[in-house]
Design a protein around this ligand. Structure first.
Ligand code: GLN
Ligand code: ZN
Length: 787
């Protein structure tokens, strides 16, 4: 009969035990022994769950004290030289220094794992990197697992994916040249596993689903030709997209089996079933490892019948990818609506689904009850009035292209906005949030627990807004914000007010290190029953003569940071979100808010793994943003914000979003990306972040002035704004005030320099650059820029 396994199980624990143990270890409150004990206990619990669910293997090697890529580096002995650690004697404390930095060395770089919101630590490789072996933690874990008397299948990140995701700071160095050394280390590891009595080893190669260049594909084949000579069975795991194009060459390699993602890329099945040799195992990833919906088990079983007939016990059943990306268990969800809960499956519940599929393939009658239950839940979900909202459906069907267009082109809007807003050259602003002090967080928590009355809470938040407004006025900022004291999270805050959104109590998934996020669940048609931010914005605007910027989260970010419906395309959900936000934008305008920011920090991370799929995503994502932004008059200025710096490959789409002003992250890359914006001739206004809010360090006026002058070289001063990189919620007030004060001063100094240089007769709407001799002027206004 078909066998069952998982590529990986969440390591954090149902109550985030690992997180709390890590953090108390970092604070020095508990020792290494305690942390290791908690980890051992979690591993054992998760293995028992797999064994007791009847899985044919328990998976080992998916555990990590911080991150699985860092774990792989530690196992290989490939540590960044600059730390000076001895790879084979690496201590847990040192491992955390690699991840988090120490007094001398900044942490290893962190970046997103493929198209997930999980961040891994980027291996730092150099020409002289050796892979002479590192810590033995994996082997200790294997010994623990073997004690449970179930077949143990270790999982490692494969050599090609490991190299592909690594970086070298040595110019001109081709890291692929390290492959022979790396393959030797992997062979030794496989050999050592073999000696432990291991039969199957899973090597994860999701890089095969990315756009891997030809030399890398050749290297891939060469590497596995060697690894295949070790007398242990290799299951090559691909996931997150199709690897079908590589099926013919993969099939020729000495591999014992291949795992494929049939949730993201079901169309690849035929390529694999025809390509694989008669002895090979096909692991069918049929349960969604990236989402939380209960599977359509009857349909999955039907779709596997033929495959089962062909492969017999060489058919393995698995989730599409590691279950790392879903929460641990539904058991702890006490408040969730019972219907909704019956439509969901977290990691633990997914183990049961695997079992049901395998049983049904062998003996349909034996799984009849489970299949019926799955069918009933699905039918209920399809018919539920909570999912379908006829009004929203009608509205979505009626969306026209005109709704995605502002009334006039940017140049015309810009003219009207300048007249209406009367801002100085290089207007100063912030990204939205001000420090979330302990007092603010306590007030929010007390209100949530029902310990603070609604009216008291409202007054508390209003006092915070007034405080932030007065500070901004005193600092002399030109465009103010209310400070976002009432928001815990930029998606949750809006989601809680929208129909179609639900929130779990314990639906945590890891983001990086010990940090977890709790993505809300979009289960139904999205509808905004009433205004969300309007009263707050109106209150804030009434406090000041200066323009108050309304602050919203954009449709793509709402989508990207939620668990989304699997019963309609993401693009449709994005459109529904766009309509809800559009309503809010229009209501803000009606309430007299003349500048509205629609944040889209997650716009880029929605990009598909393969470039060929980018255009489609960028099309609907851009359109969703435009629909959210285009319900207002020309005079209303729409801002957007994105906090990253890799823009150059999607600049045309950023421009197509047609925000009047975009604020972006640039300070860490010393404005490198501005070159992209300059070369592309980005048409609208832009606020390149002039200081990094991720660090408590207060930047000096001179440093910010230099960045601004660089910006002026590529973008006409008349189109530049001055702002930090991102929101200030993680900072304290003293450093925030000091930094903003320096920032405002930098803007003033540059305004003066520019007006001196520019001829007095110049026209106010010039698109000229600082250095250009034909530069013309915008005379700084004196009113509120002199605070
Ligand atoms: N307006 C939000 C803030 O200032 C934006 C946060 C973000 O970009 N992630 O906090
Ligand atoms: Zn940001």
């Amino acid at each position: 009969m078909a066998r069952t396994h998982v590529s990986g199980f969440p390591r954090i624990g149902a109550q985030r035990e690992l997180k709390f143990a890590q953090e108390s270890f970092w604070r020095g409150e508990t020792d290494e022994q305690h942390l290791r004990g908690v980890a051992r206990e979690l591993r054992a619990r998760h293995w028992r769950e797999q064994r007791d669910a009847g899985l044919d293997f328990i998976t080992v090697g998916d555990f990590a004290y911080y991150d699985q890529m860092l774990g792989q580096s530690a196992l290989l002995g490939a540590l960044p030289e600059r730390f000076g650690f001895e790879p084979m004697a690496l201590q847990l404390g040192q491992y955390y220094e690699l991840a988090r930095g120490n007094a001398e060395q900044p942490a290893m770089e962190m970046t997103k794992w493929f198209d997930t919101n999980y961040h891994y630590l980027v291996p730092e490789l150099a020409p002289d990197t050796t892979f002479n072996g590192g810590v033995n933690w994996l082997f200790d874990e294997i010994d623990e697992a073997l004690a449970l008397n179930a077949p143990v299948k270790p999982v490692l990140i494969g050599p090609i994916t490991y190299l592909w995701l690594s970086k070298s700071h040595v110019a001109g160095f081709d890291r692929l040249s390290l492959l022979p050394k790396l393959v030797i280390r992997y062979s030794r590891l496989l050999d050592k596993l073999k000696q432990r009595g291991i039969e199957w080893v899973q090597l994860d190669e999701p890089a095969l689903c990315a756009d891997l260049p030809e030399p890398w594909l050749d290297a891939f084949c060469a590497a596995y030709d060697v690894l295949g000579t070790v007398d242990v069975k290799i299951l090559l795991a691909t996931y997150f997209d199709s690897a079908a194009q590589h099926a013919p060459r993969v099939a020729r390699l000495p591999l014992a089996g291949v795992h494929v993602d049939l949730v993201r890329a079901p169309q690849q099945l035929d390529a694999w079933r025809t390509a694989l040799p008669a002895h090979a195992v096909l692991s069918a990833g049929v349960i969604d490892g990236r989402n939380i919906w209960r599977a359509n088990l009857p349909a999955i079983v039907d779709s596997l019948q033929e495959l089962h007939a062909q492969f017999g016990e060489r058919l393995w059943i698995a989730p599409s990818c590691s279950l790392l990306h879903v929460p641990v268990s539904l058991a702890a969800e006490k408040k969730l609506n019972a219907d909704l809960k019956s439509w969901l499956a977290f990691a633990t519940e997914k183990l049961g689904e695997l079992r049901t599929i395998a049983t049904a393939l062998r003996d349909p009658a034996a799984a009849a009850a489970q299949l019926d239950a799955a069918r009933a839940a699905l039918d209920a979900r399809r018919r539920s009035g909570a999912v379908v909202n006829a009004f929203v459906q009608k509205r979505v069907a009626a969306v026209s292209n005109a709704m995605a267009e502002r009334r006039s082109p940017f140049a015309e809007r810009n003219r009207v906005q300048r007249a209406a807003l009367d801002l100085p050259l290089l207007p100063t602003t912030t990204i939205g949030s001000f420090p979330q002090t302990a007092a603010i967080r306590e007030a929010r928590a007390a209100y949530r627990r029902g310990e603070m009355r609604a009216l008291d809470y409202l007054q508390r938040m209003r006092a915070e807004i007034e405080f932030a407004v007065r500070k901004q006025e005193a600092l002399g900022l030109d465009v103010l914000v209310h400070g976002e004291a009432e928001r815990n999270d930029m998606v949750e805050y809006f989601g809680e007010q929208l129909w179609g959104y639900a929130f779990t109590e314990n639906g945590w998934v890891p983001s990086y290190g010990s940090r977890c996020v709790k993505p809300p669940v979009i289960y139904g048609d999205i509808y905004r029953p009433e205004p969300i931010t309007v009263e707050t914005a109106r209150y804030a605007q009434a406090l000041t003569q200066r323009p108050m910027k309304g602050m919203l989260t954009g449709p793509v970010t709402m989508l990207q940071w939620s668990f989304v419906r699997d019963d309609q395309p993401r693009s449709t959900t994005a459109l529904q979100l766009a309509l809800a936000i559009r309503d809010e934008v229009v209501d803000l305008e009606k309430a007299g808010i003349g500048i509205i920011q629609i944040d889209e920090p997650a716009f880029r991370e929605g990009l598909p793994l393969r470039r060929k799929d980018w255009a489609d995503y960028l099309e609907w994502a851009t359109r969703a943003f435009r629909i959210s932004a285009s319900g207002v008059a020309d005079q209303t200025q729409i801002h957007t914000h994105m906090c990253y710096s890799e823009f150059n490959d999607i600049l045309p789409s950023i421009a197509a979003m047609d925000a009047d002003v975009i604020t972006i992250e640039t300070s860490r890359s010393a404005m490198e990306l501005l070159d992209g914006f300059g070369a592309f001739a980005y048409p609208n206004e832009i606020g390149p972040g002039v200081y990094d809010i991720h660090s408590p360090r207060v930047p000096g006026t001179d440093a910010m002035l230099r960045l601004l002058e660089r910006a002026c070289e590529v973008i006409p001063a008349a189109r530049l704004w001055v702002n930090p990189d991102c929101g200030l919620k993680t900072r304290g007030w003293p450093e925030t005030e000091a930094a903003l004060s320096n920032m405002v001063r930098a803007a003033k100094v540059l305004r003066e320099k520019l007006t001196v240089r520019l001829p007095a007769h110049a026209h106010a709407h010039a698109h000229a650059t600082f250095k250009s001799s034909s530069a013309r002027s915008l005379t700084p206004r004196s009113s509120h820029s002199s605070g």
